[in-house]
Design a protein around this ligand. Structure first.
Ligand code: A2P
Length: 222
Protein backbone atom coordinates (compact mmCIF):
# COMPACT_ATOMS: atom_id res chain seq x y z
CA UNK A 1 0.00 0.00 0.00
CA UNK A 2 1.09 3.67 -0.36
CA UNK A 3 2.11 3.89 3.29
CA UNK A 4 4.72 1.18 2.86
CA UNK A 5 6.27 2.82 -0.16
CA UNK A 6 9.01 5.30 0.48
CA UNK A 7 8.11 8.74 -0.81
CA UNK A 8 10.64 10.02 -3.33
CA UNK A 9 12.68 12.90 -1.84
CA UNK A 10 13.71 16.26 -3.28
CA UNK A 11 17.20 14.80 -3.64
CA UNK A 12 19.57 12.05 -2.48
CA UNK A 13 23.11 12.85 -1.47
CA UNK A 14 25.92 12.69 1.04
CA UNK A 15 25.31 15.06 3.96
CA UNK A 16 28.47 16.28 5.67
CA UNK A 17 28.56 15.56 9.39
CA UNK A 18 28.23 18.75 11.43
CA UNK A 19 31.83 18.83 12.71
CA UNK A 20 33.21 18.84 9.18
CA UNK A 21 30.58 21.35 7.97
CA UNK A 22 32.23 23.90 10.26
CA UNK A 23 35.70 23.01 9.01
CA UNK A 24 34.71 23.22 5.34
CA UNK A 25 32.81 26.47 5.93
CA UNK A 26 35.89 28.02 7.59
CA UNK A 27 38.26 26.83 4.85
CA UNK A 28 35.95 28.30 2.23
CA UNK A 29 35.76 31.65 4.09
CA UNK A 30 39.56 31.75 4.42
CA UNK A 31 39.93 31.08 0.72
CA UNK A 32 37.47 33.83 -0.28
CA UNK A 33 39.10 36.28 2.13
CA UNK A 34 42.54 35.62 0.65
CA UNK A 35 41.45 35.42 -2.98
CA UNK A 36 39.96 38.91 -3.14
CA UNK A 37 43.13 40.47 -1.74
CA UNK A 38 45.38 38.98 -4.47
CA UNK A 39 46.60 41.39 -7.13
CA UNK A 40 45.88 38.75 -9.80
CA UNK A 41 42.26 38.56 -8.65
CA UNK A 42 41.86 42.34 -8.45
CA UNK A 43 42.90 42.56 -12.11
CA UNK A 44 39.87 40.44 -13.00
CA UNK A 45 37.15 41.78 -10.70
CA UNK A 46 35.30 43.09 -13.75
CA UNK A 47 34.32 39.44 -14.36
CA UNK A 48 32.25 39.78 -11.18
CA UNK A 49 31.20 43.42 -11.09
CA UNK A 50 31.27 44.53 -14.72
CA UNK A 51 33.51 47.38 -13.59
CA UNK A 52 37.31 47.61 -13.84
CA UNK A 53 39.49 47.28 -10.77
CA UNK A 54 36.67 47.64 -8.27
CA UNK A 55 37.08 46.48 -4.68
CA UNK A 56 35.13 43.31 -4.13
CA UNK A 57 34.36 41.51 -0.90
CA UNK A 58 33.77 37.89 -1.92
CA UNK A 59 32.43 36.97 1.50
CA UNK A 60 29.64 39.48 0.95
CA UNK A 61 29.24 38.62 -2.71
CA UNK A 62 28.24 35.00 -2.03
CA UNK A 63 25.35 33.93 0.10
CA UNK A 64 26.83 30.98 1.97
CA UNK A 65 24.90 27.75 2.35
CA UNK A 66 24.18 25.67 5.40
CA UNK A 67 23.29 21.96 5.18
CA UNK A 68 26.43 21.18 3.19
CA UNK A 69 25.98 18.14 0.99
CA UNK A 70 26.98 16.48 -2.26
CA UNK A 71 23.86 15.76 -4.31
CA UNK A 72 23.88 12.39 -6.05
CA UNK A 73 20.42 12.49 -7.64
CA UNK A 74 18.02 15.44 -7.80
CA UNK A 75 14.61 13.76 -7.77
CA UNK A 76 12.17 16.64 -7.31
CA UNK A 77 9.84 14.31 -5.39
CA UNK A 78 9.69 11.93 -8.35
CA UNK A 79 9.16 14.53 -11.09
CA UNK A 80 12.77 14.49 -12.31
CA UNK A 81 13.71 12.02 -15.05
CA UNK A 82 14.98 8.74 -13.66
CA UNK A 83 14.03 9.66 -10.07
CA UNK A 84 11.96 6.58 -9.35
CA UNK A 85 14.52 4.22 -10.90
CA UNK A 86 17.27 5.77 -8.79
CA UNK A 87 15.25 5.57 -5.56
CA UNK A 88 14.59 1.90 -6.24
CA UNK A 89 18.19 0.93 -7.01
CA UNK A 90 19.49 -1.79 -4.74
CA UNK A 91 22.77 0.05 -4.04
CA UNK A 92 20.79 3.12 -2.98
CA UNK A 93 18.77 1.03 -0.54
CA UNK A 94 21.82 -0.88 0.70
CA UNK A 95 23.90 2.21 1.39
CA UNK A 96 21.06 4.38 2.71
CA UNK A 97 22.18 5.98 6.02
CA UNK A 98 25.78 4.72 5.70
CA UNK A 99 28.64 7.07 6.45
CA UNK A 100 31.28 7.62 3.74
CA UNK A 101 34.50 9.60 3.65
CA UNK A 102 34.29 12.15 0.87
CA UNK A 103 37.49 13.64 -0.47
CA UNK A 104 37.20 17.36 -1.24
CA UNK A 105 40.06 17.89 -3.67
CA UNK A 106 39.60 21.46 -4.90
CA UNK A 107 37.71 24.68 -4.28
CA UNK A 108 36.39 26.78 -7.15
CA UNK A 109 34.91 30.23 -7.56
CA UNK A 110 33.03 31.75 -10.49
CA UNK A 111 30.93 34.93 -10.72
CA UNK A 112 27.93 32.68 -9.97
CA UNK A 113 29.00 30.10 -7.39
CA UNK A 114 31.61 28.86 -4.95
CA UNK A 115 31.96 25.13 -4.42
CA UNK A 116 34.18 22.20 -3.53
CA UNK A 117 35.03 19.45 -5.99
CA UNK A 118 34.41 15.95 -4.64
CA UNK A 119 36.64 13.15 -5.95
CA UNK A 120 34.56 9.99 -5.66
CA UNK A 121 35.96 6.53 -4.98
CA UNK A 122 34.92 3.45 -6.98
CA UNK A 123 32.51 2.50 -4.20
CA UNK A 124 31.01 5.98 -4.04
CA UNK A 125 30.56 5.93 -7.82
CA UNK A 126 28.10 3.04 -7.34
CA UNK A 127 25.69 5.68 -6.01
CA UNK A 128 26.39 8.14 -8.81
CA UNK A 129 23.70 8.28 -11.55
CA UNK A 130 25.13 7.28 -14.93
CA UNK A 131 23.58 10.28 -16.70
CA UNK A 132 24.50 13.08 -14.26
CA UNK A 133 27.16 14.51 -16.56
CA UNK A 134 25.22 13.93 -19.77
CA UNK A 135 22.22 15.78 -18.31
CA UNK A 136 24.31 18.95 -18.34
CA UNK A 137 25.13 18.66 -22.04
CA UNK A 138 22.80 21.46 -23.17
CA UNK A 139 24.71 23.89 -20.92
CA UNK A 140 28.21 22.37 -21.07
CA UNK A 141 28.51 20.56 -24.43
CA UNK A 142 31.66 18.62 -23.46
CA UNK A 143 30.08 17.36 -20.22
CA UNK A 144 29.07 13.96 -21.60
CA UNK A 145 32.67 13.11 -22.49
CA UNK A 146 33.95 13.79 -18.97
CA UNK A 147 34.49 10.85 -16.58
CA UNK A 148 31.61 9.67 -14.43
CA UNK A 149 31.48 11.65 -11.18
CA UNK A 150 33.03 14.81 -12.66
CA UNK A 151 30.01 16.82 -11.56
CA UNK A 152 30.28 15.76 -7.90
CA UNK A 153 30.57 18.82 -5.67
CA UNK A 154 29.44 20.58 -2.53
CA UNK A 155 27.78 23.97 -3.07
CA UNK A 156 29.33 26.43 -0.61
CA UNK A 157 27.65 29.60 -1.78
CA UNK A 158 25.77 31.28 -4.62
CA UNK A 159 25.69 34.86 -5.86
CA UNK A 160 22.39 36.68 -5.47
CA UNK A 161 19.68 35.20 -7.65
CA UNK A 162 21.69 32.09 -8.62
CA UNK A 163 20.27 28.58 -7.95
CA UNK A 164 22.60 25.96 -6.44
CA UNK A 165 22.21 23.69 -9.49
CA UNK A 166 24.65 26.12 -11.15
CA UNK A 167 27.59 24.98 -8.99
CA UNK A 168 27.91 21.59 -10.67
CA UNK A 169 27.62 23.21 -14.11
CA UNK A 170 30.39 25.67 -13.24
CA UNK A 171 32.61 22.77 -12.14
CA UNK A 172 31.91 20.84 -15.36
CA UNK A 173 32.80 23.93 -17.38
CA UNK A 174 36.22 24.16 -15.71
CA UNK A 175 36.87 20.42 -16.11
CA UNK A 176 35.85 20.63 -19.78
CA UNK A 177 38.44 23.38 -20.32
CA UNK A 178 41.10 21.21 -18.65
CA UNK A 179 40.12 18.26 -20.84
CA UNK A 180 40.43 20.42 -23.97
CA UNK A 181 44.01 21.03 -22.89
CA UNK A 182 43.59 24.52 -21.48
CA UNK A 183 46.12 24.67 -18.69
CA UNK A 184 44.76 27.87 -17.24
CA UNK A 185 47.10 30.42 -15.80
CA UNK A 186 48.91 29.22 -12.66
CA UNK A 187 48.51 32.30 -10.54
CA UNK A 188 50.08 31.46 -7.25
CA UNK A 189 51.00 28.86 -4.71
CA UNK A 190 48.80 29.54 -1.71
CA UNK A 191 49.04 27.88 1.66
CA UNK A 192 46.02 25.73 0.79
CA UNK A 193 47.24 24.74 -2.67
CA UNK A 194 47.82 26.03 -6.20
CA UNK A 195 45.49 28.62 -7.65
CA UNK A 196 44.68 28.59 -11.37
CA UNK A 197 42.70 31.10 -13.43
CA UNK A 198 40.63 29.84 -16.38
CA UNK A 199 39.30 33.17 -17.66
CA UNK A 200 35.80 34.66 -17.33
CA UNK A 201 36.05 34.78 -13.55
CA UNK A 202 36.73 31.05 -13.13
CA UNK A 203 39.22 30.21 -10.36
CA UNK A 204 40.29 26.78 -9.16
CA UNK A 205 42.30 26.02 -6.05
CA UNK A 206 43.69 22.47 -6.08
CA UNK A 207 44.06 21.57 -2.42
CA UNK A 208 47.52 20.46 -1.37
CA UNK A 209 45.83 18.20 1.16
CA UNK A 210 42.32 17.10 0.18
CA UNK A 211 39.78 17.60 2.96
CA UNK A 212 38.44 14.31 4.25
CA UNK A 213 34.76 14.87 4.96
CA UNK A 214 32.68 12.18 6.66
CA UNK A 215 29.18 12.30 5.17
CA UNK A 216 26.00 10.29 5.55
CA UNK A 217 24.26 9.00 2.41
CA UNK A 218 20.65 10.00 2.86
CA UNK A 219 17.91 12.13 1.32
CA UNK A 220 16.24 15.47 1.83
CA UNK A 221 12.60 16.47 1.91
CA UNK A 222 11.78 20.17 2.26
P1 A2P B 1 23.61 21.48 -5.63
O1 A2P B 1 23.67 20.00 -5.46
O2 A2P B 1 24.56 21.98 -6.65
O3 A2P B 1 23.78 22.24 -4.35
P2 A2P B 1 16.86 23.52 -4.63
O4 A2P B 1 17.06 24.08 -3.25
O5 A2P B 1 17.16 24.49 -5.73
O6 A2P B 1 15.57 22.82 -4.79
O7 A2P B 1 17.99 22.39 -4.80
C1 A2P B 1 18.15 21.40 -3.84
C2 A2P B 1 19.44 20.65 -4.11
O8 A2P B 1 19.36 19.92 -5.32
C3 A2P B 1 20.64 21.55 -4.25
O9 A2P B 1 21.66 20.93 -3.54
C4 A2P B 1 20.90 21.64 -5.74
O10 A2P B 1 22.16 21.86 -6.24
C5 A2P B 1 20.34 20.33 -6.24
N1 A2P B 1 19.69 20.53 -7.55
C6 A2P B 1 18.67 21.37 -7.83
N2 A2P B 1 18.27 21.23 -9.11
C7 A2P B 1 19.07 20.30 -9.67
C8 A2P B 1 19.18 19.70 -10.97
N3 A2P B 1 18.37 20.05 -11.97
N4 A2P B 1 20.15 18.77 -11.17
C9 A2P B 1 20.97 18.41 -10.18
N5 A2P B 1 20.92 18.92 -8.94
C10 A2P B 1 19.99 19.85 -8.67
Amino acid sequence: GPLEEMAIPLYFGWFLLSSVQVKVGCTSMDFLKTLDTLEAFKKHTSDFTGKEEMELDLEQYFETKGNLHCTTKFCDYGKAEGAKEYAEKQTVKDFYSSVFELSLSALFVTPRTVGARVSLTEEQLLLWPGDAEKEAESVVPAAASLPLGSRAHVTLGCAEGVDPVQTGLDLLEILALQQEGQQGELVEEMELGSLTYYGKGRWLLSLREPICAPACFSSYYK
